[in-house]
Every structure is written in structure tokens, then in C-alpha cells.
Ligand binder design. Structure first.
Ligand code: NAD
Length: 330
């Protein structure tokens, strides 16, 4: 049996090949993204392993199913990018990796907060140029600041634990409050009460119709002047042009992004030899108080090992006729 992997990088090959091999199973690593045009690379493969920016629309799933694919093994927690109704219609099973290392994403969120607050991007460049001045580098103590956590599942809870350690006051919003987060002292509030009180707002909820553009002109207006917004969840939670307006007026004080609504054609590729074609991203990159990383929050050795091991276990379980970590239409 063949598993064809799309959108692979060297670290994917390394982490999957370090796992115990599945018997009678060949792993084929393809570098291209999965699209209508590249789906042919999986012809004859029973299993396709896809990542977050692969195209899993009905048109692509139809091509895969016609080529003999029966299982889509997502090597991600999020599954907002797959047409689950089409998969069901085509009798394609879909599995995902619900948990690998929530710490990896929570800790990257902290890295963004600390780097933005203490202006590490500017300080790094300055000292390398022999400029040892401190002008414009004033930050704030995190202790006693209020942090608004939107989505308190595995990653939100890991993030809450770390922020509690900094001595922050925790506010949270989630339709299903997490007792562990309540035990840390967090207060669950409706969003319209959370936004005005938070010095830092961090997004840890999935992308869904209910959360699409959760950060928009109205919710930005509710936020404190000078506050910090962090999104390590999914790009489309944020209306980016609205955020740019808030940065231009100074209403938003800092922005840290690991995800971007239009990232699919940009992130994970070296485009440094070409003019950047995305004007919205280009504008974002001009602000000194914005740090963008290219969807790297998951990128720790532990998370990669967890993704590889669960994905292969998912395939093995499906093969035995006892599928685990199935994703079904909502
Ligand atoms: P999870 O399922 O454990 O938690 C998600 C939480 O969001 C749940 O508690 C759920 O009740 C809550 N939620 C659902 N709808 C909500 C809404 N409308 N408003 C507020 N909260 C809502 O998921 P997780 O493992 O904590 O992952 C969270 C998100 O992080 C994923 O959906 C994914 O988009 C993102 N993620 C990003 C990376 C990265 O590398 N940047 C890696 C993994 C996951």
C-alpha cells in the first residue's frame, strides 16, 4: 500500500522515516502542494497525507477518489480546509491528528508576545548595525496584565498555564469553558466584555463560520488602545485590512501573526528572489510593531514526532477496519 504525502519538507521526511515502518507500506514524499493539477501524483495510492495549505476541495477529492484513494490522512489538527461533505459523498475516510504538542503552539505564542513587547526584532537589527541606543524599545511588565484567551481547548489551556505563571490576570471566552482554565483563576466572559479589559488578546479557537473574521472593525474598536493581538490559530479569524487600519491609527499597539488568511500561496516557500505580490501582507510587513512568522508554531521536534506517529497509527487503525481520529461533517 502507498501513502503519498503532499507539501513535504525535509523535516517531514525525517520525522516520518524515524517512526517504526508500517508493514507493506511505501511512503512517497511529494514536494508540491496538493491541487487539482498535482492530484495525479497520487494515482493508485490508497492513502493521501495532506497538510494545512493543501487544496482539499470537492474537485481535488473527486480526482483522488477516481485515482483509487480511500483515506485522507491529515497531518494537522485543523480540518477547516477539507470539504467533508464531498469526502463523505465520495466514500473517502478522513482522519486527523487531534493532539500532538499543544505546548509547541502555546510556547510560540509566548515567543511572539515577548518579542513584540520587548521589541526584540528592532533590538536584534540595531545591535548588529552597531546601534546600541534604546530609543523606542520600552516594553511593559507582563505581571498583573490582563490576557484575553479566545478558545481554551488544548492550546488555549497550555497558553493559560504559562500566562498564569507570568502573574497575568486571565479572561477567557469559549462556548465550552474548560475546568482546568477556571482552576487557574480565569474568568469566562462574553467577548464584548473580554475585549475592552484585555491588554493582550490571543486566539486559540478553530476557524468555522462562527469564528470567521472574529477580529473585525467592530471587535477591534472594543479593544483597548495600544493592546496586543496574537493569532497562532488560523488566518481567517482576522480581517487583515481592518487590522492594518487599527495599526495605522495606533489603536492596535502590537500584532503577532503565525497565520495569515492568504498564506496558502506564500508560506512554506522561499520567495525571497521575487517581488511580493500580496499587497496586504507587504503593508503589514512595514510596521515595526508587527511580527509575522510563516506558520511555524507547530515546528518543534516533539510536535513533528507526535504528528508522524499519530498519522501512521491512524493509517494502521483504518487498515485494520478500526478507524481512529475520524473527522466527519459537522
Ligand atoms: P481544541 O479543539 O483543543 O480547542 C479549540 C477550542 O476552541 C475548544 O475549546 C472549542 O470549544 C473552542 N471554540 C470553538 N468555537 C469557538 C468560538 N466560536 N469561540 C471561542 N472558542 C471556540 O483545539 P487546539 O488543539 O487547542 O487548537 C486550536 C487551534 O489552533 C486549531 O483549530 C488550529 O486552527 C490552531 N493550530 C495552529 C497551529 C500552528 O502551527 N499555528 C498548530 C495546531 C493548531
Amino acid at each position: 500500500m502507498q501513502i503519498v504525502f503532499f507539501s513535504t519538507q525535509a523535516y517531514d521526511r525525517e520525522s516520518f522515516l524515524s517512526q517504526p515502518a508500517l508493514s507493506d507500506c511505501e511512503l512517497v514524499f511529494q514536494q508540491p502542494k496538493l491541487t487539482v493539477d498535482t492530484a495525479v501524483l497520487a494515482a493508485g495510492a490508497e492513502v493521501v497525507c495532506a497538510f494545512i495549505n493543501d487544496d482539499l476541495s470537492a474537485a481535488v477529492l473527486e480526482k483522488l477518489a477516481a485515482g483509487g484513494t480511500r483515506l485522507i490522512a491529515l497531518r494537522s489538527a485543523g480540518y477547516n480546509h477539507i470539504d467533508l461533505e464531498a469526502a463523505k459523498r465520495l466514500a473517502l475516510a478522513v482522519v486527523h491528528v487531534p493532539s500532538y504538542s499543544p505546548h509547541a503552539i502555546a510556547e510560540h505564542t509566548i515567543a511572539l508576545i515577548l518579542a513584540l513587547n520587548r521589541h526584540l526584532n528592532r533590538a536584534y537589527n540595531r545591535t548588529r548595525e552597531g546601534d546600541f541606543s534604546l530609543r523606542g524599545l520600552t516594553g511593559f511588565d507582563l505581571v498583573n496584565k490582563t490576557v484575553g484567551i479566545i478558545g481554551t481547548g488544548q492550546i488555549g489551556a497550555a497558553f493559560a498555564r504559562i500566562m498564569a505563571g507570568f502573574g497575568c490576570r486571565l479572561l477567557a471566552y469559549d462556548p465550552y469553558p474548560n475546568p482546568e482554565v477556571i482552576a487557574l483563576g480565569a474568568e469566562y466572559l462574553p467577548l464584548e466584555q473580554l475585549f475592552p479589559q484585555a491588554h493582550i488578546v490571543s486566539l486559540h479557537c478553530p476557524l468555522s463560520p462562527a469564528t470567521h473574521h472574529l477580529i473585525n472593525p467592530q471587535t477591534l474598536a472594543l479593544m483597548q488602545k495600544g493592546s496586543m493581538l496574537i493569532n497562532t490559530s488560523r488566518g481567517a479569524l482576522v480581517d487583515t485590512p481592518a487590522v492594518i487600519e487599527a495599526l495605522k491609527t495606533g489603536h492596535l499597539g502590537h500584532l503577532g501573526l503565525d497565520v495569515y488568511e492568504e498564506e496558502a500561496d506564500l508560506f512554506f516557500s522561499d520567495l525571497s528572489d521575487y517581488p511580493l505580490q500580496d499587497d496586504v501582507l507587504a503593508r503589514l510587513l512595514t510596521f515595526p510593531n508587527v511580527i509575522i512568522t510563516a506558520h511555524q508554531a507547530f515546528l518543534t521536534r516533539e510536535a513533528l514526532a507526535g504528528i508522524a506517529s499519530t498519522t501512521l497509527l491512524n493509517v494502521a487503525a483504518w487498515r485494520r477496519g478500526q478507524p481512529q481520529n475520524l473527522v466527519q461533517p459537522g
